[in-house]
Design a binder for this molecule. Sequence first.
Ligand code: ATP
Ligand code: MG
Length: 308
Amino acid sequence: MGYTEVLIEAQGLTKKFDDFTAVDHIDFKVYKGECVGFLGPNGAGKTTTVRMMYCFLPPTSGELKLAGLSVNTQCREIKSLVGVAPQEDNLDPDFTVIKNLTVYCRYFDIPKDEALKRSNEQLKFFQLEEKRDVPIAALSGGMKRRLIFARALINQPQILLLDEPTTGLDPQARHLAWDEVRELKKKQVTIILTTHYMDEAAILCDRVLIIDKGKIIEEGKPADLVKKHVGEEVLEIDYDKTLLPTLKEAFPGADFERLGDRLQIFTDKPHGVFEGFLQEHPMQNVTIRSANLEDVFLKLTGRGLREE
Ligand SMILES: Nc1ncnc2c1ncn2[C@@H]1O[C@H](COP(=O)(O)OP(=O)(O)OP(=O)(O)O)[C@@H](O)[C@H]1O
Ligand SMILES: [Mg+2]
């Protein structure tokens, strides 16, 4: 796809909390209309980065611009064109569901009638109509997440920052959220999406940045990263230390990753190589499956067997 206009740009972006560096000199660009996933283990620095984008936290150093506007000096302008679904619940507990939306509209000077119309539309889409007039405390966890997502859309933002928008959603609601993201992409809305669901990132994101310990350690299209780091297939067997020498001999150059009591073997060898091995070494509890983005994530951010 021909992405040309840079909408978000970070250069040497850094955030320190006292001596601790949460975001460590990162550089990235996001183009208009792109959906970019921020993936990384707990504490990687995803939320901190997103918070700097909507001026919730000032960077310690480096540059960060949204639509050409600097987070250091142009926060008011930035806030008007950004929609934010933060990771934490920051709904107003003193207001009802509908009022959380209509009051939020005031920050954007949306006229009253229009505010009510948009708020009702969002409640309908996110299937919260029944809860329209209840206080926030009467919502379930997933309903709160849905309301936070709905609120992020209320100002029809050009840039949408979604920090774990689907955590805690039931499967139906998650599909609803995905549909919404797809609709927004069609409208050329630029989206940053943090998620721990690798299937979600693979489905929705044009590109992902993998962040670990405050640094971007890899980036690319989900399918390209799978090809580059994992190959086509993964063999999964029960972990058995005594088998390791045989396995290493059978799959020279392959990567071995232990996940609990299972061992995963990634090889770039052609299709059928695992089947050949299994014929010679029949085993129980074997799975051969397609490689996916979760494999990439675990391989790049996990602890390989080498460290054992
Ligand atoms: N206000 C703060 N004061 C001190 N340390 C902080 C603060 N906010 C975040 N941190 C630290 O910065 C690091 C990055 O946190 P951040 O919330 O950005 O991680 P994350 O990638 O969003 O993780 P998660 O997947 O758990 O949401 C963590 O080590 C965290 O403890
Ligand atoms: Mg976070």
